[in-house]
Design a protein around this ligand. Structure first.
Ligand code: NDP
Ligand code: X2W
Length: 324
């Protein structure tokens, strides 16, 4: 094992996003797991629970003080919303230099934390060691809307459909395969957290209507955008290509992307660009894997940034996925 490796701890490692992070960290050339914490799986071998991981790591049940005592270079909090506070407090008190990446929504509205959607916010990064990872739909909304935000005439209306892994592992209607069978489940049609998050980050009001579908992973986000002045599809597409040129994890495509093709992939795709006859209404479609670009891959970009590593280090195939 090379000496220059940074150590990463994961709290909430049993969950869907925790498992993705374990895979990414284990395969990363300059990172290694410091610990993976789960109350339910404590003592069990990670290799028995995470496909693609063959190391000898075991889950541990660590409370906040025990997490801080581990002395990891970075800790990722992959916990449900509302659970981060004791871990942040213990790390602040015992190991303040530790980088913390919070996957939950607990710090997305906290100006003291860097909001890490790298393609849109990396220019604002000032060496913060407290990083809030964006929500999955909120990532898709912002990537889909940002290139046109200066020329919009009305709030973007965003129709989102998520695979049910987006609802985590705590049983609910939204991750119950029986209730989802042959179904599309609308929920929280106004005031969803990601509506507020995208509104705050884009600096314009966003309307968001989420739905959950029977597939396991992947989000389709269809954004209806009204323009101040008519534009052609080609001009709009050119704007997106320019905005995301050289971004290995955002690919601008011609056709509306399909969610079935994004599952398991680390990048987001944006396409469609259907323009109404008067040239003033355009529909843009974005897809991403909610567990990857919507969570773990984005967390890896943020970890790399905070630890002084190239932003896409350890993210498979990032180099081949750049927008031409
Ligand atoms: N799923 C997704 O697509 C996305 C999720 N997120 C966010 O990431 C976070 C993790 O999501 P996800 O992996 O889906 O969640 P899961 O429900 O799959 O996992 C949650 C994890 O937290 C642990 N846990 C639950 N409650 C507590 C608690 N009170 N104290 C300590 N540990 C606890 C669980 O393990 P154990 O009970 O064994 O300790 C489990 O490992 C959430 O905040 C979610 O909103 C963000 C973007 C996308
Ligand atoms: C299908 C489903 O239920 N999805 C989740 C989004 C998951 C996510 O990104 O949530 P956080 O903002 O809590 O991190 C939801 O709508 O709450």
């Amino acid at each position: 094992m090379a000496d220059d490796r940074k150590t990463i701890g994961i709290v909430g490692a049993r969950g869907h996003t925790g498992a993705e992070l374990i895979r990414l960290i284990a395969a990363h050339p300059h990172l290694e797991p410091a610990f993976v914490s789960s109350r339910e799986l404590a003592g069990r071998r990670v290799a028995d629970h995470v496909d693609g991981y063959a190391g000898g790591l075991r889950y541990e049940n660590l409370d906040a003080a025990a997490v801080a005592a581990k002395g990891a270079d970075a800790v990722v909090l992959a916990l449900p919303n509302g659970a981060a506070a004791p871990y942040v407090e213990a790390l602040e008190a015992q190991a303040p230099e530790t980088v913390i990446v919070d996957l939950s929504a607990d710090h997305r509205f906290d100006g003291a934390w860097y909001y890490g959607l790298p393609e849109l916010t990396r220019g604002r990064y000032r060496g913060e060691r407290r990083i809030s990872n964006p929500g999955c739909y909120a990532t898709a909304i912002q990537l889909a809307v940002a290139p046109l935000k200066e020329v919009l005439a009305a709030p973007p209306a965003c129709f989102g459909v998520s695979g049910y892994s987006g609802a985590g592992t705590t049983p609910s209607d939204r991750n119950d395969p029986e209730k989802l069978r042959d179904n599309l489940m609308p929920y929280q049609l106004v005031g969803h957290m990601h509506e507020r998050e995208a509104t705050r980050q884009l600096g314009l009001p966003v309307e968001f209507m989420p739905h959950v579908a029977p597939h396991f992973r992947g989000i389709t986000l269809t954004a209806n955008l009204w323009l101040q002045r008519p534009m052609t599809a080609e001009a709009i597409k050119a704007r997106y290509r320019e905005r995301y040129a050289g971004e290995p994890l955002v690919r601008v495509v011609d056709d509306a992307p399909w969610v079935s093709r994004i599952a398991g992939r680390h990048h987001a795709e944006i396409g469609g660009f259907a323009v109404a006859q008067d040239g003033k209404r355009v529909v843009v479609v974005a897809t991403l894997d909610n567990l990857l670009k919507g969570a773990a891959t984005q967390a890896m970009q943020n970890l790399n940034l905070a630890l002084g590593l190239p932003e896409t280090e350890g993210i498979p195939a990032a180099a081949e996925e750049a927008t031409p």
